[in-house]
Design a protein around this ligand. Structure first.
Ligand SMILES: Nc1ncnc2c1ncn2[C@@H]1O[C@H](COP(=O)(O)OP(=O)(O)OP(=O)(O)O)[C@@H](O)[C@H]1O
Length: 271
């Protein structure tokens, strides 16, 4: 089932065509990577999907309904979640309280009237923490956690809204390679278990090639490729976009899903 359908999406900033006539779809249960060099238009795409920016042209359909012109809050309520490059949690609150706040928001409850917020949704919050491997840290303050663990808590908060589409803006930014792979493997598992759609941006080609179901590539606002990992890796136009940076991709090694990079591909810069 198609969760998100984008057609001819365009965004101009003055003379810059940040997103230029872009069309693609995401299905439920699909883990789709959106890649491209710096300035390609990835964040602008995300900002239009979640309603922060209005497109100049084109349509965005979520579960069959056009969401262009709706405010971010309405789009969030419909089931479009988002995580950010820099994890957004309340540092002074415990891990559990952070997730409880997410559940309170999802239920649109007013709290503090007669029952303290910390007693609300306690069991569902612990269950979400269990799903992201953080139940043992439930009573710790978020500020005490390692960065990779904060990202897991942020993921649990995003799941509290029961999203059908989750936009993840560089989910592994600032993480060590091992942590990156663990987090992305976890997200991929959740995509399957919850049959939700995830659209993520990622600068690490190792992560993209090892885990994405499909990859779309933006360059200077235009969608230049859309396909399976192997096809994207071998696409001459995609190679060209990264070639100017001295970065290229090697073929998959026999019997192993993850390709070996020829060079450091952790942070491509513009061609
Ligand atoms: N608010 C804005 N005002 C003017 N120009 C903008 C604005 N936001 C983005 N741009 C421009 O639009 C283009 C696309 O930017 P965008 O941030 O979407 O790229 P990106 O692929 O997300 O880059 P990165 O990987 O560095 O985050 C760039 O040329 C950028 O300078």
């Amino acid at each position: 089932m198609t969760t998100l359908k984008i057609r001819h999406l365009t965004k101009l900033f003055g003379g810059v065509r940040a997103v230029d006539d872009v069309s693609f779809s995401v299905r439920s249960g699909e883990f789709l990577a959106l890649i491209g060099p710096n300035g390609a238009g990835k964040s602008t795409c995300f900002n239009m999907i979640n309603g922060q920016l209005a497109p100049n042209a084109g349509d965005i359909r979520f579960s069959g309904r056009s969401i262009v012109g709706l405010p971010p809050r309405a789009i969030f309520r419909m089931g479009v979640g988002r995580t950010f490059q820099i994890a957004a949690t309340f540092a002074s609150m415990t891990v559990l309280e952070n997730v409880q706040m997410g559940l309170i928001s999802h239920a649109a409850q007013l709290f503090g009237l007669w029952r303290p917020a910390r007693v609300l949704h306690r069991e569902p919050a612990i269950e979400l923490l269990r799903q992201v491997g953080m139940a043992d840290a439930a009573d710790r303050a978020c500020r005490e956690l390692a960065y990779g663990d904060v990202k897991r808590v942020e993921l649990a908060i995003a799941l509290a809204n029961a999203p059908r589409l989750l936009l993840m803006d560089e989910p592994t930014a600032g993480m060590a390679p091992r942590e990156r792979n663990d987090l992305i493997a976890l997200v991929k598992q959740l995509v399957v278990e919850r049959n939700m759609a995830v659209l993520f941006t990622e600068h690490s080609m190792d992560v993209v090639f090892a885990h994405a179901d499909r990859v779309i590539v933006l360059a200077r606002g235009k969608l230049i490729a859309d396909g399976a990992v192997a096809a994207i890796r071998d696409d001459p136009q995609v190679q060209e976009v990264y070639f100017g940076t001295g970065k290229t991709f090697s073929r998959r090694t026999a019997g192993h899903q993850a390709p070996r990079p020829c060079t450091d591909q952790s942070s491509p810069s513009p061609p």
